[in-house]
Design a protein around this ligand. Structure first.
Ligand SMILES: Cc1cc2nc3c(=O)[nH]c(=O)nc-3n(C[C@H](O)[C@H](O)[C@H](O)COP(=O)(O)O)c2cc1C
Length: 247
């Protein structure tokens, strides 16, 4: 179906209703689809930690980051600072377009099924489990304490999970995408999106002189228990973060 609509009205619809797949040509705009995207954030009562503003420049080019990226499993005991945590959260799921709320990593239908949790042990941020709220670029504390050992146990005792300063855990709420795309959402789109986010974390870590590795081998229930996530959260990746011991 083709509808003629002014740019001004389109903008109003986009910002008011939400996203969105739009095919546009000069003079006529073909609206393919609109879907309301309700942000379903985790309700966390804990303390809010405001993250520093992410930087948009670095001394390493994107080409250099791609060239040098490796999965790194050996880390020093140096803490990973809040400023670097902020940068990594932004690269993973940060809002990069404020009007509509598009994020750093692409998402089918802009439905954003992925959520980010942090299991922090060695940082200027107090040890604990945190949830990244991308809308306000803040961390919400889920619980206090160092849970890296438990996460390591849940990850088939892969020691780099415990030795890292902190671990990212990427979970998915599949229903957000399945509601629109059905099985294709489950089998393809959601896991594809985790890959996009993980690669952003890899490249951002590389740029910060930090190391990470994408871990897919773990017990889902145990990981979920460590991060105290509701049952609809399916863990897709654990990503340790630390200063690189051997380059
Ligand atoms: C889906 C997926 C699952 C992975 N799971 C693990 C894992 O459980 N543990 C681990 O140490 N590395 C894991 N890796 C990292 C791979 O071993 C690594 O990417 C591969 O050896 C290539 O090395 P590179 O990343 O340095 O290029 C995983 C990678 C992917 C893409």
């Amino acid at each position: 179906m083709s509808i003629r609509i002014s740019r001004r009205k389109l903008l109003k619809i986009l910002t008011g209703i939400g996203v969105v797949a739009v095919g546009a040509s000069i003079g006529s705009l073909k609206i393919l689809e609109f879907t309301r995207h309700e942000k379903e954030e985790l309700t966390v009562e804990g303390e809010l930690i405001k993250l520093p503003e992410p930087r948009k420049k670095s001394s390493l080019s994107i080409e250099e980051a791609i060239q040098s990226r490796r999965s790194r499993r050996s880390y020093t005991d140096d803490p990973v600072l809040l400023s670097d945590i902020s940068q990594l959260c932004w690269a993973a799921q940060g809002i990069t377009e404020a009007k509509i709320g598009f994020r750093a990593a692409p998402s089918a239908g802009a439905l954003y099924p992925l959520e980010i949790f942090l299991v922090v042990g060695n940082s200027d941020l107090e040890a604990g489990v945190y949830y990244y709220s991308c809308g306000e670029h803040v961390l919400k504390r889920v619980k206090k304490g160092d849970y890296r050992k438990q996460l390591c146990e849940a990850s088939l005792r892969q020691e780099w999970v415990e030795n890292a300063a902190l671990d990212f855990v990427i979970t998915a709420i599949y229903s957000r995408t399945i509601a629109k795309y059905g099985e294709r959402g489950r089998e393809r789109y959601v896991p594809m999106e985790a890959g996009h986010v993980a690669e952003n974390i890899y490249l951002q870590a590389e740029s910060l002189g930090l190391g990470t590795v994408a871990i897919g081998a773990f017990y889902d229930d145990q990981v979920r228990e460590v991060i105290s996530a509701p049952s609809e959260h399916i863990p897709l990746y654990v990503m340790p973060i630390g200063h690189i011991r051997i380059r």
